[in-house]
Design a protein around this ligand. Structure first.
Ligand SMILES: [Zn+2]
Length: 440
C-alpha cells in the first residue's frame, strides 16, 4: 500500500461556498488556538494533555461558543490534533540541527486549511466533463476541481484538505491509499557496482556524481528579482487596503513560481538518476558543512538539501531503485583510494592526496567516497579492502593528466528544467567528449 497526495486547483461553486469555507477554516483556527494556548501550553512538560483529552473537551467548548457547532465536528478534532502533529515535525527538524522556534498562536493569514478525515466529504469524478471532478464538503458546499490527473484505480480516499493559498487561489489535496504497481528493486546480490552511482551535493555545483557528471545550481536571479520588486510593491500600498491585498497575492505567486521551479529541477534529476541506476547513494544531511555558511542562507541550503534527499527517496520507490543515505562526515577530506584524511578548505578545488598521490577534483573524490560508503552500506560489496582503489582507478580522472587540467562541463540547471529530463544523455556526451580531449 502506498499513500500519495493528489493536489488540484479548485473553484468554489459560488460566493456563499467560498464564504462558508473561509469561515469554517477560521473556526478551526480558533479551536486550534484555544487548545494550544489554553490547554496545551500552560501544562507542564511532563504532563501535556493528549489530543484525545483535548478532543474530549470539544463538546464543552461548543456549548460555550455556539458558532463552533457550524463546522463539521471531525474537522475540529483534526484541528486539535494538528498541535501534536506540528510538535512532532518541529522535534524532527530540531534533531537535524535546524533552528526552529516553538508553536505559536496563529493569525488568519497563517492558518489557511481545513482537513476532512475519513468522512464528511464526497469526491465525484463521473461528472461527464473531461478533467473535471467535484468534491462536496459537509457544512461547506461544493468545489469544482481541475481534475488533470485522475486518482489511481481502486484507491481509498483517506483525507481531503481544502486550502486557500496565499495567492488567493483554492486547492484541494486528496490523500489516497492504493496498491501501487511499483517495480521491484533489484536484489542486492545482483547489483553490479557499475550500475550504482555516488552523488555529492554541493553549493557551487548542485550535483556532482561518481560517473563524472555535474549539474549547476538553479539560476534563481530572475525569480528573486521578481520577489524583491513585489515586496517593494506591497510596502508602498496602504496596509490592509484592497491594493495591498492584491500586491500580497502577487508576491505569494512569485514565491510559488520560484519554489515550483526548484521542485521541477529536483524531480527531473531524481527521476533520471533513479531510472538509470540500480542504486543511488547520497550523503545524509550534513549540518557540519552547512555551518560554514551564514544564518539565513544556511537554513535555505539545508532545507533544499533535505528536500532533495526526500525527492530522491520518493522517486527511488517509484522507479525501483535503492536510494541509500550514507554518513556525511569526512567524505571531502578522505581520499577514496587510500583512506587517508587531509584538511581541505572550501577554496581548494582539487583533491591531491599527500599519501598515495591520487589526483582528481575535490567533488569527484567526494562522490566516489559516497559511492564507496554506499556500496558497503547496501551490502553490494562486503570486503572493504581494495574497494576505494578500484573505484579510483575506474574514474575518467585516471587518464594520467593532472587534476588541475580536468575541466568537466557542468550542465546548467536551465537545460534540465526547460527540457524536462533528457539530461543525462547530454551530460554523458559531454563526458565522452571530455575523455576524448584528454586522450588526444
Ligand atoms: Zn590517497
Amino acid at each position: 500500500m502506498v499513500e500519495e497526495a493528489f493536489k488540484y486547483a479548485a473553484e468554489p461553486e459560488n460566493a456563499t461556498t467560498a464564504e462558508s469555507a473561509w469561515q469554517a477554516i477560521q473556526t478551526c483556527r480558533e479551536v486550534y488556538n484555544h487548545a494550544l494556548t489554553q490547554e496545551y501550553k500552560p501544562a507542564p512538560d511532563y504532563d501535556k494533555p493528549s489530543y484525545t483529552t483535548m478532543q474530549n473537551e470539544l463538546p464543552q467548548w461548543k456549548r460555550e461558543w455556539s458558532e463552533w457547532s457550524s463546522v463539521y465536528s471531525k474537522c475540529l478534532q483534526i484541528a486539535v490534533r494538528r498541535i501534536k502533529h506540528s510538535e512532532t515535525i518541529l522535534g524532527k527538524l530540531k534533531e537535524r540541527g535546524f533552528n526552529v522556534g516553538e508553536l505559536r498562536w496563529k493569525s488568519p493569514r497563517e492558518y489557511r486549511s481545513i482537513t476532512y478525515n475519513q468522512s464528511g466529504f464526497n469526491v465525484d469524478s463521473n461528472t461527464g466533463r473531461t478533467d473535471h471532478a467535484t468534491v462536496k464538503l459537509s457544512k461547506i458546499g461544493t468545489f469544482h476541481l481541475n481534475y488533470h490527473r485522475p486518482l489511481p484505480d481502486n484507491s481509498d480516499i483517506k483525507e481531503v484538505i481544502l486550502k486557500k493559498q496565499k495567492t488567493g487561489d483554492w486547492t484541494v489535496s486528496i490523500m489516497v491509499e492504493y496498491d501501487a504497481d511499483y517495480p521491484e528493486k533489484p536484489a542486492v546480490e545482483d547489483i553490479d557496482g557499475g550500475d550504482t552511482v555516488g552523488i555529492d551535493l554541493g553549493i557551487t555545483k548542485f550535483i556532482h556524481d561518481s560517473d563524472g557528471r555535474a549539474f549547476g545550481p538553479l539560476d534563481e536571479e530572475e525569480g528573486r528579482e521578481r520577489i524583491d520588486k513585489r515586496h517593494q510593491a506591497v510596502s508602498r500600498k496602504e496596509h490592509e487596503s484592497n491594493n495591498w491585498n492584491k500586491a500580497r497575492r502577487r508576491l505569494a505567486r512569485a514565491y510559488e513560481r520560484l519554489s515550483n521551479k526548484r521542485k521541477a529541477y529536483r524531480e527531473a534529476l531524481a527521476n533520471d538518476y533513479t531510472q538509470r541506476y540500480d542504486a543511488v547513494f547520497l550523503e545524509d544531511l550534513n549540518i557540519g558543512s552547512m555551518m560554514q555558511q551564514n544564518g539565513n542562507s544556511r537554513n535555505i541550503a539545508s532545507m533544499s538539501w533535505y528536500e532533495t534527499l526526500q525527492t530522491f527517496q520518493r522517486f527511488g520507490e517509484k522507479n525501483g531503485c535503492h536510494v541509500v543515505l550514507v554518513p556525511p562526515d569526512g567524505t571531502t577530506k578522505r581520499c577514496v583510494k587510500c583512506g587517508v584524511e587531509s584538511e581541505k578548505p572550501l577554496w581548494v578545488r582539487e583533491h591531491s592526496c599527500p599519501s598515495c598521490g591520487f589526483e582528481t577534483d575535490r567533488d569527484m573524490n567526494a562522490a566516489l567516497e559516497v559511492q564507496r560508503l554506499g556500496l558497503l552500506e547496501l551490502g553490494v560489496v562486503e570486503d572493504e579492502s581494495g574497494l576505494g582503489q578500484e573505484l579510483a582507478e575506474s574514474t575518467p580522472a585516471e587518464t594520467g593528466t593532472s587534476a588541475g587540467s580536468l575541466q568537466r562541463e557542468v550542465v546548467p540547471a536551465s537545460a534540465v528544467v526547460d527540457t524536462g529530463s533528457p539530461i543525462c544523455s547530454r551530460a554523458r556526451s559531454a563526458r565522452s567528449h571530455g575523455q576524448r580531449d584528454r586522450n588526444e
